[in-house]
Design a protein around this ligand. Sequence first.
Ligand code: SF4
Length: 315
Amino acid sequence: MSSKKMTEPRRSAIKKELRYVAILRIGNNSEVSYVREIKAEVIQNTVRDLFLQANYFIGKDVYDKLKEQCEIEESPVGKSVLKQIIENDEIASKEQIPICQDTGLAVAFIELGQEVLIVDGDFNEAINQGVREAYTKGFLRKSVVSDPVFDRKNTKDNTPAIIHVKIVPGDKVKITVTAKGIGSENMSSLKMLKPADGVEGVKKFVVDTAVNAGPNPCPPIIVGVGIGGTMEMAAILSKKALLRPVGQYNGDLRYAQLEDEILQEINKSGIGPGGLGGRTTALAVNIEYFPTHIAGLPVAVNICCHASRHAEKVI
Ligand code: SF4
């Protein structure tokens, strides 16, 4: 909870639209702090709207890149596949129908401000209810089975969602959702490299993973790479990397160069759009990294198809 006292801008925010509540600071009887209330229903409705938006409307970054590649693709078949993908994306947004029949697993990344209090409901359930509403009312395919091994029964509402929460400073909630198709997810991979494998080892693993995937992840693909941390941190980073806009390179020039080199290598493979040949196998390689152990070099590769569906909102 916040230890901030109420400031003048905050007073006026309360008058306008936001609702803050006073809390007594533990260990200090004389001071009162303020947290912002957000109703669980607001979270639920936001999640619902974001999943509908993600499933119907391809991001401008991906759309523009597909058009750009369509102009320069050398393979006539590859060019034709890119044209069909672009047309498909245009029809989906115009008629508000899913970009792809596989409307994916529902993944939500939440940045929860530490000055926020979720009220009138359970936070996780609000997210799941938002997913439920989007996938049932929006007639999106429900693809979740209740048990991965023994009881593969469809839960019939695409829940439970996969929820990642990070506590951040402030009084806002940022919700980013992604509808992740399993065709490309299945082609993803993780390896605990040795530090001695170095940059060349990282490059080889990422390129091999993308090229060995061949046509299975519905190319052109976007390649998310997570490097460092622990095994699970690298995997989460690789998924987060997919949320960075296509064409926006890592802020660290060394990683930006590595992204570019890997992209060029993958596109030399000749897999092409739809796996039918051409230069456009990948639209982007996005790397995210994190400090790691002296004896480790975890690398995760999360592949996403051209139907890269995600949306975000700050409440
Ligand atoms: S990999 Fe992507 S484009 Fe291919 S079927 Fe799955 S969601 Fe659709």
